[in-house]
Design a binder for this molecule. Structure first.
Ligand code: NAD
Ligand code: GLY
Length: 384
């Protein structure tokens, strides 16, 4: 397998380390096959005087992987216990946050006791926010087990829960001490969730790395088929890209907004579909990226051949790209526009779109017109 830069991508199973450079708060992302069994050694430097860690996981992931993590911590002389939360987006709620916080306080957690998020983006977001508020902040460690979490949500310190008014409206920037991405855990992830995470992978190529997008056109099928070598190279490339962006704009005053490519549209579809299994976040992002490029083409910023190329690749890797791929819900352009107006990224009542001058040439647009965005949505919904 050849990397996007032309070098031979590593064929061995040595872990890759990517550093997020944030001065005194810098941390490493370790990516590799089978890291979970040795995770205790990686976590040991972050244990407090009580030599104890609490793992937070969900009802699917805990039975699969919590024992391995507990044993690897015990091998380092640390005690570990597991707090389980129900699977799904509903765990990012005030009610669940309160229950977890009270349980941790009851268990006598100390300022130095790390919370370890073992799971996908839901567990990562909930655990990170819990860690940021518990005793005014306890150490936080990410052990992501979905592709989406390994390439995106476990890196960069965005944590939070949902409000009844919308997703991720309550939260904090709170960086982990280390991220341990064991690619072997992806073997038990459903093919649908793996593909949904792959949408976020494609995003990095579209933002600023046309070479990586070209590599994905050649190797994306291997990635979604779970090829370990292709996965490790992909995850490392995405983490490097995210680390570069977060290092220069941790709090999203500028460049970090590029990571929201396609998300303004995606969030509107997710809001209509109810943030669940009907339309997964990554699936909505795939649709949203197509729309962002269609909007860019409509504004004569990029060529329609770019839109076609992106659609072809998303179709090749099993992701939705058209209205016909959407769940059987009546989506309506004005309602979607209304959701966009309430997106948390709104300034002066209208979101800042991420547009593109081509593949790998995305930028934060000042003022994409609501009228044109609505036209693009209408066309998209009409053409099926
Ligand atoms: P998720 O956490 O709900 O996980 C998806 C499903 O896969 C769940 O049913 C889970 O139990 C299961 N699962 C996880 N790992 C598994 C494994 N290894 N084997 C078998 N099953 C496994 O969903 P997700 O897609 O990982 O994350 C979505 C969440 O991430 C959303 O809440 C979204 O808002 C958030 N997010 C956050 C950021 C950020 O920067 N913080 C970025 C993107 C998305
Ligand atoms: N997932 C977008 C971000 O971390 O900024």
């Amino acid at each position: 397998m050849t990397s996007a830069g032309g070098q031979q991508a590593s064929a061995d199973s040595l872990p890759t380390t990517v550093t997020v450079d944030l001065g005194a708060r810098s941390y490493d992302i370790q990516i590799g096959d089978g890291l979970l069994n040795g995770a205790g050694k990686l976590i040991a430097p972050f244990l407090g005087p009580d030599r104890r860690a609490i793992i937070i996981s969900d009802d699917t992931v805990a039975p699969l992987y919590a024992d391995a993590l507990v044993h690897s911590l015990q091998a380092e002389g640390a005690a570990a216990s597991v707090v389980r939360v129900p699977v799904g987006e509903d765990s990012k709620s005030f009610a669940r946050l309160e229950q977890v916080l009270e349980e941790l306080i009851h268990a006598g957690v100390e300022r130095g006791t790390p919370l370890i998020a073992l799971g996908g983006g839901v567990v990562g977001d909930l655990t990170g926010f819990t860690a940021s508020t518990l005793l005014r902040g306890v150490p936080f460690i990410q052990v992501p087990t979905t592709l989406l979490a390994q390439v995106d949500s476990s890196v960069g310190g965005k944590t939070g829960i949902n409000s009844r008014h919308g997703k991720n409206l309550i939260g904090a920037f709170y960086q982990p001490q280390i991220v341990i991405a064991d690619t072997e855990t992806l073997k038990t992830l459903s093919a649908r969730h793996l593909r949904a995470g792959y949408a976020e992978v494609v995003k990095y190529g579209l933002i600023d790395d046309a070479g990586f997008f070209g590599w994905l056109e050649d190797n994306g099928a291997a990635v979604v088929a779970g090829d370990p070598e292709a996965l490790q190279y992909t995850i490392a490339t995405c983490c490097r890209a995210k680390a570069r962006i977060v290092s220069v704009d941790e709090r999203e005053h500028g460049k970090r907004a590029l990571l929201n490519l396609g998300h303004t549209f995606a969030h509107a579809f997710e809001a209509e579909a109810g943030y669940g299994e009907a339309l997964l976040h990554g699936e909505a992002v795939a649709i949203g990226m197509v729309l962002a490029f269609q909007l860019s083409a409509k504004l004569d910023l990029c060529a329609t051949s770019d839109v076609e190329r992106i659609q072809a690749h998303l179709i090749q890797t099993g992701l939705p790209t058209s209205a016909a791929d959407l769940p059987d819900i009546r989506f309506d352009a004005p309602r979607l526009i209304e959701h966009m107006r309430h997106d948390k990224k709104v300034e002066d009542g209208w979101p800042k779109f991420i547009l593109a001058r081509g593949i790998g040439e995305s930028f934060v647009a000042g003022d994409a017109s609501a009228v044109v965005a609505e036209e693009v949505l209408r066309d998209f919904l009409r053409t099926g």
